[in-house]
Design a protein around this ligand. Sequence first.
Ligand code: SAM
Ligand code: SF4
Length: 322
Amino acid sequence: MRDALGREINYMRLSITDRCNLRCCYCMPTEGVTPIVHDDILRYEELLRIAQAAAALGIDRFKVTGGEPLVRRGVADFIRALKALHGVRQVTLTTNGLLLPSMLDALLAAGMDAVNISLDTLDNAQYQAVTRSAHTADEVLHAVRLCAGRLPTKINAVLLPETASQLIPLSHLAQELPVDVRFIEQMPIGTGKTASAEAATSVLGRLRAVWPDLAPVEERRGNGPARYFAAGQLKGRIGLIQAVSHAFCTDCNRVRLTSTGFLKPCLCYDEGTDLKPLLRGGADDAALAAAMKQAISQKPAAHCFAQRQNITEHKSMNQIGG
Ligand code: SAM
Ligand code: SF4
């Protein structure tokens, strides 16, 4: 469907849990995190009902996210059911990758179309500091290697001052493997409001010192706002997501559903529609679709990351899904 500004909305991020086995510094606090109570999290049948209504409105691609989606039991079956809905063309997953090796075969058999794996550094000590965990970057790299060549795979790295030295080592993964490596500006949401960020402005110059022929490519490689670059030596692409320094809202095609059933038209604002009372109050499909249509049609024109005082979203990113 089109929103009030004529933007085609065809992509929904579905957060299936707020829980996570990491505590990334830009996403959620280390302590004092109260997980959402089990009953408030939508059941898979409820998520599927919303997805079906969304598909009927023209939303045909879904990203399963979290928290960490792979910590919720039954994800592969959920993906299978999502893919089987009428009108659904693509189901992808975003994950920190730690549980992926043991689940990859089941996820592929369920029809998962592509995967994004979050990895900010290849340095194990840095990884532990950024994710505030005892896990290692090597574990994630193992998952990346298992996925590369089996399904479209993207690595997402948030640009942080402390991992600036990782720009080239991470980019080399796109030379070694058929994977895209994307650098994302940290957004002022959740703990990202206070963590120090690095702008993407110097990234291209540093990459061109290694790959002088790095040039923009026009082809579409996903559903998001990344700008992609190719070079002769690279098997994959390098992507830049300038969420803060380069607003891409005029082309925004997405809405988000939190794990509690709150439909969010824009990351920046706390506005949207709580679909859970409708689902649990016996609303029929037409009423559900009407509520979703209304929320989507009111999608704001643009985010306000440059004017932080206007940000009204106070949830942390693990509760939104990124
Ligand atoms: N746990 C999964 C993962 O890490 O991929 C899925 C959920 S996570 C919230 C989704 C994405 O949001 C990750 O790629 C993560 O790096 C990104 N993210 C979280 N907080 C962010 C922030 N403040 N700014 C930019 N990206 C952020
Ligand atoms: Fe967990 Fe993903 Fe947030 Fe890291 S970014 S804390 S892996 S939800």
